[in-house]
Design a protein around this ligand. Structure first.
Ligand SMILES: Nc1ncnc2c1ncn2[C@@H]1O[C@H](COP(=O)(O)OP(=O)(O)OP(=O)(O)O)[C@@H](O)[C@H]1O
Ligand SMILES: [Mg+2]
Length: 256
């Protein structure tokens, strides 16, 4: 089980994440939702051990991850929000590098890389430089990299970013299969439609604080609204989107 208690991060005097607590058990997919700047990536970076919390703790199977960060990192796979990957390597070389960094057996890993690249439609591009890849192709490589060591915990930060309809559909089904295989999954996104389909429970974050925390079903019952999109709008969106769009066009006209 992955458990977070009172997780808090201050970059400045204003908290980016404040007092967040949750637990994710095997087979559970927690949707971590919130508008831009609400603290999703900050939470994810603390969860993967990249960022030290100002306050609060993260426990994996009952142990504070800071007691043995290296062992914990072996158990996690992470798809980052921004694809920082070496442009001068080919997709295959990059995955081989990840395999080596994770101390995986080379022969078995090479086979796994071939098969994963095939399944993600990247096999024809395996010998091309990452610098020549499209955004969606880089994203597919990042997903392969996160799965390579068969981690128990998967942390996805906007994983559908750049993926086309087909790849997104494969990914959504993959999340379900990973969950059925007993993985612990956190799925951070602002794409509500997907979260609703793949997540067992949802946390909604606003300005670093949890404003809703429940199963998708009970959130819906609670709010009496048919879709998460409407719940989300009710909980966190204060601005009138139509009005803002009109104002933007006004400003464009005014200074043209
Ligand atoms: N390295 C940093 N230094 C200072 N402030 C930061 C830093 N990273 C994030 N922040 C601030 O913390 C807050 C939360 O940012 P975060 O990136 O966690 O949001 P997010 O929910 O992931 O947003 P998005 O949907 O745009 O990805 C924002 O106000 C942001 O400006
Ligand atoms: Mg983010």
């Amino acid at each position: 089980m992955l458990e977070v208690r009172d997780l808090t991060k201050y970059y400045t005097s204003i908290p980016a994440v404040e007092g967040v607590s949750f637990a994710i058990r095997p087979r559970e997919v927690l949707g971590y939702l919130g508008p831009n700047g609400s603290g999703k990536t900050t939470t994810v970076n603390m969860l993967i051990g990249l960022l030290e919390p100002t306050r609060g703790h993260i426990y994996f199977n009952g142990r504070d991850i800071r007691d043995n960060l290296i062992e914990y990192k072996r158990a996690i796979g992470h798809v980052p929000e921004v694809p920082y990957i070496y442009p001068y390597l080919t997709g295959r070389e990059y995955l081989q590098l990840i395999g080596r960094l994770r101390s995986l057996a080379q022969h078995a890993t090479d086979k796994k890389i071939n098969e994963l690249m095939q399944l993600f439609g990247m096999h024809p591009h395996r010998h091309s430089l990452i610098s020549s890849y499209s955004k969606g192709m880089k994203q597919r490589i990042l997903i392969c990299a996160a799965l390579l060591h068969n981690p128990q915990v998967l942390i996805f930060d906007e994983p559908l970013s750049g993926l086309d309809v087909t790849s997104a559909l494969v990914f959504k089904n993959l999340v379900k299969s990973l969950s059925a295989a007993g993985k612990i999954i956190l799925y951070s996104s602002h794409v509500l439609e997907v979260v609703e389909k793949v997540c067992s429970s949802v946390i909604i974050l606003h300005k670093g604080k949890v404003v809703a925390d429940d199963s998708v079903e009970s959130l819906r019952n609670l709010m009496q609204l048919p879709s998460l999109e409407q719940i989300f709008a009710q909980l966190v969106v204060q601005e009138d989107a139509e009005q803002v769009a009109n104002n933007i066009v006004e400003v464009m006209r005014a200074y043209a």
